[in-house]
Design a protein around this ligand. Structure first.
Ligand SMILES: Nc1nc2c(ncn2[C@@H]2O[C@H](COP(=O)(O)OP(=O)(O)OP(=O)(O)O)[C@@H](O)[C@H]2O)c(=O)[nH]1
Ligand SMILES: [Mg+2]
Ligand SMILES: [Zn+2]
Length: 316
């Protein structure tokens, strides 16, 4: 029996079997799941698995193997000694959710999410939520305009007034979309707005700091009408890109990708003070926003400092 992983951890997962409406608790049959060798987490929301009946518990099931993934959105997990941690599998769109002020806009964090999505080959859009109360300051406005300039959709939204919700619902029709962002931006509120009966927990911001309170603790896939799937995730404190080389990082930035191979020092260019650096030339011309360039250079340093992410062959 084929089943879709909705949520779960360690060895117990909520699975919806094909052809059924309800979910079932299923446990991994062996110690190491067939197809998941080398992963930090064996399964992620959006994975497809093969299940068989549990002879001792007819309402449950045993997970026998996992199907190869079309893609996965991963982060570098230090606890897992570089084993990639997949937040979701088999996704068609990454929704990077942000707010202008509550919580504060963090473009460098957003750059990392966008870069990881590009590296995984999944399109990403930016949602600017809470437009009912927040408005971007000059720096945030400049960054948002720049994301549009380099080709990203920026979708304004208010889950309080409903502004932008219908357009977003149509944009997501039939897709499997992953929601990522800081705690408190409104990811679970969006799930509740789009999925009847979802009842995802929503938490108020910390009043003193305008920060989220990490209400969602586990990734979970919700099935909305019309074949849309939405994957909620816990608010991320930080995000380390996973599995990429310096060359991949450059290709994952749309305004830098055309410059691949153009530096005088080739692949050994650190894109800082080297003569004939195409990235520095792009910065001087205004083709890359100084904030994005700083993000890029910081990520390069981080990729050098961390041991590489280990991938299993079936990852992509
Ligand atoms: N004013 C306003 N408040 C909103 C909007 N959307 C969500 N909120 C509020 O923002 C707070 C945080 O919402 P959540 O949906 O829990 O945020 P989250 O991103 O899921 O947070 P974590 O689960 O901690 O990662 C709640 O108090 C929501 O009611 C909006 O469009 N406008
Ligand atoms: Mg949440
Ligand atoms: Zn260079």
């Amino acid at each position: 029996m084929r089943g879709l992983v909705l949520r779960g951890a360690w060895n117990t997962f909520a699975i919806r079997l094909e052809g059924e409406d309800r979910e079932r608790d299923c446990v991994l049959k062996g110690k190491v799941l067939k197809g998941a060798e080398g992963r930090y987490n064996a399964l992620a929301p959006g994975d497809w698995v093969d299940c068989e009946p549990d002879p001792l518990r007819p309402d449950r099931g045993l997970i026998v193997s996992v199907e190869a993934r079309a893609n996965a959105f991963c982060r570098y997990n230090q606890k897992g000694a570089g084993a990639p941690q997949a937040l979701a599998a088999n996704i068609g769109l990454v929704l990077c959710m942000t707010t202008a002020a509550s919580p504060p806009f963090r473009p460098r964090f957003l750059d990392r999410l966008l870069m990881q999505a590009a590296f995984e080959g999944v399109p990403a859009v930016i949602i600017l939520n809470k437009i009912d109360g927040d408005s971007p300051d000059a720096e945030a406005a400049s960054r948002l305009a720049d994301y549009r300039r380099i080709g990203y959709e920026v979708l304004p939204l208010s889950l309080k007034t409903g502004a932008g919700l219908e357009a977003l619902r149509q944009r997501l029709a039939g897709l499997s979309a992953l929601l990522v962002g800081q705690s408190g931006v409104g990811k679970s509120t969006l799930i509740n707005a789009l999925v009847p009966g979802a009842a995802a927990a929503v938490g108020a911001l910390n009043r003193k700091w305008d920060r989220g309170t990490h209400t969602t603790t586990q990734g979970a896939l919700f099935e909305a009408p019309g074949g849309t799937r939405l994957i909620d995730t816990p608010g991320l404190r930080r995000f380390a890109p996973c599995g990429m080389t310096a060359a991949d990082a450059l290709l994952a930035m749309p305004e830098l990708a055309p410059l691949a191979g153009r530096c005088a020092f080739g692949l050994s260019c650190a894109h800082e003070t080297e003569p004939g650096c195409a990235v520095q030339a792009a910065l001087a011309r205004g083709d890359i926003h100084p904030g994005r360039c700083e993000s890029f250079l910081r990520i390069l340093k981080e990729l050098q400092a961390l041991p590489p992410c280990h991938f299993t062959a079936d990852r992509v």
